[in-house]
Design a binder for this molecule. Structure first.
Ligand SMILES: [Zn+2]
Length: 431
């Protein structure tokens, strides 16, 4: 058996050894002529760059004439009138959700739509994201659709449907009674948007189950019920005991995964940081001292401004959260908190708002256009632990590229008008 598998490996080449389909033949190299390159890492754009692509990955990047000389027979894609960038990464998405500005919209999806139906929409959403230039998504839970994010990922990876690369979190976690759907009718048990988890043993079991079924990340809800005190600090009710939260994060790390915590109020953020999470999701109530902990412990912040603005019509505390987060954003920038771009799309409809709107908010909130671009490319790739694969235009990385016709360093909204998308060396959009 072992000899047979070795033989198959040799016949099929190294890709088969990684569990991917063998290439039918060596593909012709591709040379992209980039009028301007923003590579995701460098502080400046470069003019007249050649990008040489072999199969799924980038082989060389440099002055056009020099790269062209390396592959005279390459197929040329002429983007000499465009700005080329790395494929964008959205580090906070919900493929299985279609907008939930009201409780009714949320409950209708969990109660009146089957998981297969929701998964079909999830596949559509992965395509929308890809065509908007988001070649990678960290999808942070399915909102009651079980492990359907892993199925969407599988179909994309097998080439059955076009879509972004997906880092899946599956079901997420909250304790009993702390996540919708709730009802005063105790005679019926309604579906919940998360896996219900109580106690440290259950926490470890839930992490193991989710990883078993394909979770790349573990997500849990650190808090709920947000309220201000007179000193303008945003507080919240913390969901898990410290022991429970620590068990979730410890088991996640033990299994080689990373943990993301939904944490909006200062109490929820503090609890998540005590537990040792890798990223704070939303984080509206970040205080200066919490930011210092994040910098010290290399914890990333994923602000999701787009959804915050979108849900302001809910009223209540939500409009104040947007203003609070804007102030926190400026302070976090000055302190050097690592900010990875994430939108919470799914909390707003995939079909109505382009995720690249998030870049525009970050510039409004104080980032330079280059900082905003890096937030949605190389910084997000570092959050994912994928610096060797994603988030930059550099030799050895996946050939995930987008192009826009204008200069996003002058007008960041150019990123909402992507004209060209390549993922893994395959062109998905060319206008
Ligand atoms: Zn979310």
């Amino acid at each position: 058996m072992r000899r047979l598998s070795l033989l198959l490996t040799i016949l099929a080449g190294p890709r088969a050894a990684q569990g991917q389909a063998p290439a039918a033949s060596t593909p012709q190299p591709i040379l992209i002529k980039a009028g301007r390159l923003i590579d995701g890492r460098a502080a400046q754009a470069q003019a007249n760059v050649g990008i040489l692509i072999d199969g799924e990955r980038i082989r060389a990047v440099g002055p056009l004439a020099q790269v062209q000389a390396q592959a005279p027979t390459a197929r040329v894609i002429d983007l000499s009138q465009m700005t080329v960038l790395p494929g964008f990464i959205d580090a906070h998405t919900h493929l299985l959700l279609q907008g939930d500005i009201t409780n009714q919209e949320y409950e209708d999806q969990l109660l009146k739509e089957s998981i297969p139906y929701r998964a079909i929409l999830g596949a559509r959403n992965a395509r929308i994201a890809l065509e908007h230039g988001f070649t990678t998504l960290r999808d942070v839970e399915t909102e009651g659709a079980m492990y359907a994010d892993v199925d969407v990922k599988l179909a994309v990876n097998r080439g059955e449907v076009p879509g972004s690369r997906i880092f899946a979190s599956t079901r997420a976690m909250a304790p009993t009674g702390m996540y919708p759907i709730g009802t005063p009718n105790w005679e019926i048990e309604l579906p919940h948007g998360v896996q219900t988890v109580d106690g440290v043993d259950n926490a470890r079991l839930a992490v193991r189950e989710q990883v078993q079924h394909g979770a790349d990340w573990i997500k849990y809800y650190s808090d709920r019920r947000y309220f201000f005190t007179p000193d303008s600090v945003l507080h919240s009710w913390v969901n898990f005991t410290d022991d429970e939260a620590r068990a979730i994060v410890d088991e996640t790390h033990r299994l080689g995964r990373k943990a993301a915590a939904h944490a909006i109020g200062s109490d929820g953020i503090a609890a998540a940081l005590r537990a040792g999470v890798n990223s704070i999701e939303h984080g509206d109530g970040l205080t200066d001292s919490l930011m210092d902990v994040m910098v010290r412990n290399n914890v990333y912040w994923v602000p999701t401004v787009t959804v915050g603005v979108h849900v302001m019509p809910r009223g209540g505390v939500w409009p104040a959260l947007v203003a609070l987060e804007r102030r926190a954003f400026g302070r976090a920038l000055r302190k050097g908190v690592k900010i990875a771009l994430g939108t919470d799309v799914g909390g707003f409809p995939w079909t109505e708002i382009n995720q690249a709107k998030e870049f525009e908010y970050y510039v409004q909130y104080g980032m330079t256009p280059m900082q905003a671009i890096q937030s949605g490319t190389s910084v997000a790739a570092a959050l994912l632990g994928q610096e060797q694969n994603l988030g930059a235009v550099a030799p050895g990385l996946y050939a995930d590229l987008v192009a826009v016709s204008g200069d996003p360093l002058r007008d960041i909204t150019e990123l909402q008008r992507v004209k060209f998308v390549m993922k893994g060396g395959t062109v998905y959009l060319s206008q």
